[in-house]
Design a protein around this ligand. Structure first.
Ligand SMILES: C[S@@+](CC[C@H](N)C(=O)[O-])C[C@H]1O[C@@H](n2cnc3c(N)ncnc32)[C@H](O)[C@@H]1O
Length: 293
């Protein structure tokens, strides 16, 4: 039997309550994934509503289309940074709401072939978009010491970045580093684990962010929200680590100070104790919502 992949949508009722202000509206799900949020939203929207769902991952899109199975969904293989342009190509000048559920889905993390998890041996891939050329393997084997150290410092916030980058350079002189376990073993030999976090966790996070230009995409989409959201519409962003959350918090604050937007929630919204117990992957989630005036 083939594997059935799952991803539990996080804070779905809270997001639906804040985002779905128009039952017949047009919405953007910038990170369709397996379609969990979109399905939840469509169950609460009128037959005339539309959702444009974006994902860089064609495997996820195919699963989402099958699972959501609803003519109100238009699934698009593109980055959410293209949402404004694609809305206009489809005759809409903006959306009533947009969700960006950042990072990766449980499907991507749990599938060893995608190379995201240090708990599963697989190729060092980490691409959301399998048609993109940059992989974690190419970064680890081809980038110079300074760039490796920079991404592990900036995107992994790992104070052992220099030692890890040196370790990678030394290991690859023996032959190419091709698998998640090979990289994990290299880091384990350099850094001792701290508490519950595996010593390679931050290196893996850094590579994933670099491979997919994750922070650059978040920054670009926030800077272009004006072209995605109609006046009166809202954008919701779910973040999963402090780098993303800091970026969203700061930009939303600047937008609100500019007078054209207002913060819907002054304080960040986090999953309840019950949600974290039921779905441990929700534990670091933070939700911020902004409204265009
Ligand atoms: C956390 S998952 C979304 C899960 C989804 N909300 C659900 O309930 O099933 C994030 C998804 O966003 C996709 N993604 C990440 N960056 C993207 C980008 N710049 N443009 C489009 N999709 C992106 C990933 O491929 C992944 O499938």
């Amino acid at each position: 039997m083939s594997q059935v992949w799952t991803h539990i949508p996080i804070l779905a009722p809270e997001i639906a309550a804040l985002l779905l202000t128009n039952p017949v509206g047009v919405y953007v799900d910038g990170t369709l994934g397996l379609g969990g949020h979109t399905k939840f939203f469509l169950d609460r929207l009128a037959p005339q509503a539309r959702i444009f769902g974006f994902d860089k991952d064609e495997e996820a899109l195919a699963m989402a289309k099958e699972r959501v199975a609803d003519a109100r969904l238009t699934a698009v293989h593109a980055s959410y940074t293209q949402a404004g342009e694609i809305l206009r190509q489809n005759g809409f000048d903006g959306a009533d709401g947009a969700l960006f559920d950042l990072g990766l889905s449980s499907y991507q993390l749990d599938n060893p072939a995608r190379g995201f998890s240090l708990l599963r041996d697989g190729p060092l891939d980490m691409r959301f978009d399998l048609s993109a050329s940059l992989t974690a393997e190419s970064i680890v084997n081809e980038w110079g010491l300074a760039d490796l150290e920079r991404i592990i410092t900036q995107y992994g916030e790992d104070r052992n970045a220099h030692a890890i980058a040196m370790g990678i350079m030394a290991a690859r002189r023996q032959g190419p580093i091709k698998t998640t376990f090979a990289l994990k073993n290299i880091v384990e030999q350099i850094v001792r684990g701290r508490g519950k976090i595996h010593p390679a966790t931050q290196t893996f996070q850094a590579l994933r962010i670099a491979v997919n230009d994750e922070l650059g995409s978040v920054e670009r989409v926030i800077n272009s929200l004006q072209s995605i959201i109609k006046p009166g519409g809202r954008a919701a962003v779910l973040t999963f680590h402090s780098l993303e959350d800091r970026l969203v918090k700061l930009r939303f604050k600047e937008m609100a100070a500019g007078g054209a937007w207002k913060l819907v929630n002054k304080h960040v919204i986090a999953p309840s104790y019950q949600e974290v117990r039921a779905n441990s992957r929700s534990r670091s989630a933070k939700l911020r919502v902004i409204e265009r005036l």
